[in-house]
Design a protein around this ligand. Structure first.
Ligand code: NDP
Length: 322
């Protein structure tokens, strides 16, 4: 938390074409960790002594722009701040508070929901009626994982999730209604593989990886021939220096089992947002998708909320209420 600073600045009054937004909610996400170091990536590093960025939902409070009126709710990437001035509305999307609570546009109806949707349906190539397919999801009770689990159930799969507490296991079984859940902290990371052998006796068709490391190795041990591994995230590795990051020691199994392994980044797929909204809204209204949120109050507590992601203190989407 010492690496963050809460700074007060003055914001100019909006000029012609500009509008002022007051943020109500912001998202903290594991990918932000990658932006806190200088490496070449799909997204630029955060800059020292500049505000961080991230998903936020706010309300227009002053406007000299015809398209954005006072009272409108907007989604943007100008999180980690209370107020911001838009020059011309670029990168800002209006959202309808009558369709869903505004903060759900940061979670189940937003980036993390879309990530689960794209990952499973596009890269997992999951079709309808997959009675015999077994899907394994790690960080299964998190924002992405919990939606991925339930989409796989909607598509008729046998779903097994891994997560880090008994409470989370219970939520996955009782609310998300997946078939089996394991607490990797209880069984021990070295035993995930043998646990999976019991829970997926016929092998895994699709592994949706949010964690990397030992989870990825354990999944590789248990994949079916011609199975697919969707690489969504590797949160177990994000705080490790490169020299300590572990590749799976059993990657050769990808050859012997003719696996397809593919990584993806959600921001390449925003053109599918409308299709996603249509399906996700339908599933939510049919109560086929449930979700949880962990809310931390106050912008000053955003660093704490962000760091908590790496300790598993959230269940479902981690949000900061500003
Ligand atoms: P989550 O809501 O899942 O929060 C993170 C969770 O990860 C924690 O609650 C914790 O749950 C688990 N975790 C933390 N550290 C470890 C560890 N060392 N080993 C195992 N589990 C750990 O976050 P998101 O849903 O936002 O993100 C999930 C993953 O998806 C991340 O890897 C993220 O980077 C990735 N992602 C990728 C995107 C893409 O475009 N490819 C887009 C969005 C997210 P638990 O108690 O179960 O351990």
């Amino acid at each position: 938390e010492n690496n963050f600073e809460f700074v007060r600045v003055s914001i100019p009054d909006p000029k012609e074409g500009e509008f002022l937004v007051r943020n109500k909610w912001m998202s903290v996400d594991p990918y932000m960790r990658g932006r806190m170091r200088e490496t070449k990536s799909y997204i630029s590093s955060f800059q020292l002594n500049k505000p961080l960025e991230g998903g936020s939902v706010g309300q227009v409070i002053e406007s000299k722009n015809n398209k954005f009126k006072v009272g409108d709710y907007v989604l943007s990437n100008f999180g980690w701040r209370e107020y911001w001035l838009s020059k011309d509305g670029s990168g800002v999307t209006k959202i309808d508070p009558n369709v869903a609570p505004i903060h759900s546009y940061l979670g189940v109806l937003g980036m993390t929901g879309l990530t689960a949707y794209i990952g499973l349906l596009k890269f997992g190539e999951l079709k309808d009626n997959n009675d015999n397919n077994t899907v394994f999801v790690s960080a299964a009770s998190g924002a992405v994982g919990s939606v991925a689990c339930q989409i796989a159930k909607i598509k008729g799969c046998h779903v097994v999730g891994s997560t880090g507490s008994l409470e989370k296991v219970k939520w996955l079984l009782d609310q998300a209604r997946i078939d089996n859940a394991l607490n990797y902290k209880e069984v021990g990371e070295d035993n995930i593989s043998s646990e999976l052998r019991k829970l997926c006796p016929n092998g895994i068709d699709i592994y949706f990886d949010n964690v990397g490391g030992k989870h990825l190795e354990a999944a590789l041990d248990n994949m079916k021939v011609f199975g697919k591994i969707v690489l969504c995230g590797m949160i177990s590795q994000y705080n490790l220096p490169p020299s300590q990051q572990s590749g799976p020691s059993n990657l050769f199994l990808a050859i012997t089992n003719r696996l397809k392994i593919q990584g993806f980044i959600v921001r390449d797929h925003y053109h599918l947002l409308n299709e996603f909204y249509t399906n996700m809204s339908k599933w939510i209204s049919q109560e086929k998708i449930k979700w949880q949120e962990t809310v931390v109050e106050g912008l000053e507590n955003a660093p704490k909320a962000f760091i908590a992601l790496f300790k598993g203190e959230n269940i479902g989407k981690m949000l900061v209420k500003i």
